[in-house]
Design a binder for this molecule. Sequence first.
Ligand code: MSP
Length: 542
Amino acid sequence: MPTPSPAPFPTYITTPIYYVNDRPHIGHCYTTLLGDVTARFYRLLAGATPTPPGALPKDVFFLTGTDEHADKVVTSAAAHNVTPIQWADKNAAEFKKAFAFMNCSNDDFIRTTEDRHKTKVLEYIRELQKRGDIYLGDYVGWFDESQEEYLTETAAKEANFVSPVTGKPLVKKTEKNYFFKLSAYEAKLKAHFEKNSDFVLPEARRNEVLGRLRTGLQDIPISRAVTADPTSQWGIKMPDDQSHRIYVWIDALFNYLSVVDTPDRKVFWPPTVHFIAKDILWFHAVIWPALLMALDRDLPKAVYSHAYWVRDGRKMSKSLGNFVTIEVLEAYAQKYSLDALRWYLITQGPQGATDADFSHSKFIEVFNADLANGIGNCVSRVGNMIDKYFGGSLPESSSVWTDTRWESTCADVVPTYIDSARALDLGAAFEAASSLIKDVDDLISETKPFTLAKDMAANGPQVANILAFCAEALRIASVLLSPAMPEKMAQIWQSWNCPPTPGASLEELCIFRGPHSLKPGQKVSKGEVLFMRADAAEAPPA
Ligand code: MSP
């Protein structure tokens, strides 16, 4: 096992800030959930106690929010006969509600229309001007209106002059613009990529960026002209030039810095990881680091760019009307529990470079295998036997039946789990945690405590040993699974009287028969069924 690197605290985790032209859907919920599970893992690692609302967390800061100055917010607002800010208010509230429903534990929620953000953006732009990284020039280019993004001549040609994302025709535009000297950072960026092989993850995405970087960097426009058109008036005006507003992408990227650029929060800089999807990789992997280099700030340690949720193999889009909406997610949570939904999204989602299909049959398969027949069944079997054979008190384990495999199993699983989660491979982390449950199941099948228990006078100490060992391994598994399923694991802790000791770190909590273990004689009640088996033939909810 490699030597663990020093404690990674303080940790700062971010998600993209989402456009408020429309309501949230599975894609937005997924990235924020990825951030949430990672933040919960780091809090556990640090032994962080819950931070009261409004107080500043010590070890981990998790941020999400909304990006509000996009032109499409103005268009959408007009179509609904409201002002842009009214439309932004309504949809920002929908995003907040969606993330609360998903039980996301973000420490803050930034809206780019807030003063605390706008003032900082002006400071950063002024600073860049002072350092000579911004100049006024002419821009002629192919504009992708749906993405609010200019494409280079080569990229536009490659895309057949339609948006590579939405297929809408690109528009040729000439504008007087302020430019950021991106080209000046090409060599520095390449060197940074060279030196930091984990800067962009997964590897396929890193290679994509490197390929594009090889074709060279041009300066980029960072402002848009303000005209009589009301759309052009939405946004933050350039400092000392009211005829230009700051390009929405530049305004948006600064959120990661503006939120923690205060005396009490600056300890969190630089970010541990920016979670994003593949659509916005270039902005995060190249433009953002270059802006930070220009501002002489430390760069984020990693940019993790996941793939997409798709439906029946097709991209989800408005025109196809095939989004997995919040209502669909709510219906799944209502029927199968929120934690089952979180588990499905996290373990079956597009965390790597491959898209993932949202499929009802897969959901049921995973629900039954991992949850109902997996942890749920295992916990209830062990709880029921302790109840039946030992009156619901954890039996004293003696040396009659000894098997050291559990100490060593847990001693292997815990570091694998920690290393995988720190490498942002949550799938591998939860696989390691789930292997403990399989081991408990196998031990029960092998040793058959229910058969031994028919003659308690002769086999009592052996049954006690088996069940005490199983319960302890399950306690450890529940701690490891808690970042993904906080509510269900808390339900186990309540039935078994073993809530994690506040302030104890993950490693301390997970020592097999260590100081935080289940104690002989303590109450272990049967508790309610965690996950009721689902019928594979039943129709999707909603
Ligand atoms: N506002 C910009 C981001 C600025 S960040 C400084 C933006 N917003 S967005 O509303 O379009 O959100 C894009 C992000 O939503 C993706 O990067 C991803 O995190 C998430 N998803 C949107 N659709 C998705 C899927 N179909 N699947 C998975 N996640 C996707 O771009």
